[in-house]
Design a protein. Structure first.
Length: 105
């Protein structure tokens, strides 16, 4: 059970603010109250985004200061994804170790 979530407040394709809120409807309502009817909230629990980052095409973007290009901000893995990855790596290492020492599992 989540106690709270983190949301970006999006207006005109830009992250205007980041806030912690108990759920999406409240976050979206507050965003519209502050920035107007065209603004909306987006859950960023898996994204490392900040004020002035861009949001379009259902993706977050950051502007490269040197080139001016937009760079996609990829989501961070969920805890479940990290655990699955660690289990797979552990299994591979266990098999490799068993092969090195000549044992079988």
């Amino acid at each position: 059970m989540l106690v709270h979530e983190v949301f970006a407040q999006i207006f005109e394709g830009e992250v205007k603010n980041v806030m912690v809120c108990e759920n999406y409807p409240v976050a979206d309502y507050l965003t519209k109250m502050v920035f107007g009817d065209t603004a909306y909230a987006v859950n960023i629990s898996q994204y490392s985004v900040g004020i002035s980052d861009k949001y379009h095409d259902n993706l977050f973007w950051r502007i490269n200061k040197e080139t001016g290009e937009e760079i996609t901000i990829n989501p961070l893995p969920t805890q479940e994804q990290e655990v699955a990855q660690l289990k797979a790596e552990n299994e591979e290492l266990t098999l490799a170790l068993a092969e090195i020492i000549g044992g079988a599992l």
